[in-house]
Design a protein around this ligand. Structure first.
Ligand SMILES: [Zn+2]
Length: 142
């Protein structure tokens, strides 16, 4: 399951940072791109579930989720626009499809300036840790 692997990666990274800095993690902020090919609700619940059974350095961490809006840039004229701007012209099914298979965007969306389907997605893909907050950790202390 893609969502589980991602969640495990996030927790492992947070734990590694905490160990390096001698901290106990109190908050993990995860930024999710608008076009990131995962089941968002599933990912959130999986991440919260595995944190609870992890190492005591991360077990009590709060998880904060932020979104990043997708930004597209035309390779022909250089115009930049957001996925949200193009969404108004699309059916619900098309929007759903593009969320899970961003490459499909090229079939449904053209540059609003010149109409070219040749554009790149410059923002809004992937999932990453935005920041980690922690407090000094002493082994064995509550
Ligand atoms: Zn263009």
């Amino acid at each position: 399951m893609h969502e589980l692997a991602l969640a495990e990666g996030i927790v492992a990274t947070a734990l590694k940072e905490a160990e390096r800095a001698g901290l106990k993690v109190t908050e993990i902020c995860v930024r999710m791109g608008e076009l990131q090919q995962i089941d968002e609700e599933l990912f959130k619940s999986v991440l919260r579930d595995i944190i609870k059974v992890e190492d005591e350095r991360v077990r009590e961490a709060e998880v904060v989720f932020l979104k990043e809006e997708a930004v597209l840039r035309c390779r022909v004229c250089g115009h930049e626009w957001t996925f949200g701007e193009s969404m108004g012209n699309l059916s619900e099914e098309d929007v759903e499809l593009i969320h899970f298979v961003p490459e499909m965007a090229h079939i449904y969306i053209g540059c609003p300036e010149c109409g070219s389907p040749d554009f790149e997605i410059t923002k809004g893909r992937g999932i990453w840790i935005e920041y980690i907050k922690g407090e000094r950790w002493t082994p064995g202390s509550p």
